[in-house]
Ligand binder design. Structure first.
Ligand code: AMP
Length: 119
């Protein structure tokens, strides 16, 4: 896959504040937040999109979900948040390095799930 801005961020080539990091992933604030809390959980391993993940990525994918839950607690939003993965251009993906959006702090009950990232 082609390198992306998230590849550069995870490798530390673009100085970025990590809200959390470990051997497998980093968490950063979204540059254009769509909710009062909007962070991105990004694996260091560059997988272009969820549908490109394979059996070998099972543990990594599970890890990303666990980190999302921990981040929600760390950010104090564990009772009301949404995780979004956009897959493919038609799915709204713009950066082709897998990442999870963690959104919180606004009403998540109204509207379609597909509009999870809409303001
Ligand atoms: P997606 O559309 O699902 O691929 O999400 C890409 C997200 O990355 C968008 O929400 C952008 O606002 C965000 N984004 C793009 N560049 C940066 C950056 N340099 N730092 C933080 N977030 C970014």
């Amino acid at each position: 896959m082609q390198d992306t801005i998230f590849g550069k961020i995870t490798r530390g080539e673009i100085p970025t504040d990590f809200l959390y990091e470990d051997d497998l992933c980093v968490v950063i604030s979204d540059l254009y937040p769509q909710a009062p809390t909007h962070v991105l959980i990004i694996p260091r391993q560059p997988i272009a999109m969820l549908s490109a993940a394979g059996e070998d990525d099972q543990a990594l994918l599970g890890h990303l979900l666990l980190v999302a839950g921990k981040m929600a607690k760390q950010l104090g939003v564990e009772d009301a948040f949404r995780l979004v993965i956009n897959n493919g251009e038609g799915g709204g993906q713009t950066v082709f390095h897998l990442h999870l959006h963690l959104l919180a702090g606004r009403d998540m009950k109204e509207g379609e799930l597909a509009q999870g990232l809409a303001p």
